[in-house]
Design a protein. Sequence first.
Length: 134
Amino acid sequence: MPKSHASGYLRKAEQFCLAATEAIGSERFDAALLCAVHAGINSADAVCIALDGRRSKDPDHLRAGDLLEEIAKDSPPIREKVAQLRALIRQKNRVEYEDKPASRSDATDAVRRCERLVEWARSEVARTGITTST
């Protein structure tokens, strides 16, 4: 995949993150958490594409973290971001497939994580010289 496609995934991450923030304001905590998860996944995709021209297509979203670790050659800063991503994804399954709704605290935590991941992805994509328009 062309590395320039990273900007499209970054735009999606930014949109999902904004939607997550807005959903908290409307007390739609399940929606906020799920949007935050998708923001995190798209952030990881943007970085993987920017650095290596590929992204995970595995239906198991945890594989996006595996690919990110593989591409980054196990760098400590990347491991931290992968841990944040995996924490988000673990919340997704509970909210999406179980009867338990997300709390305000769950949603707020997820939005904070996605904001950090989106900011990091923005920085990584820019560092590679790929231009983005938001």
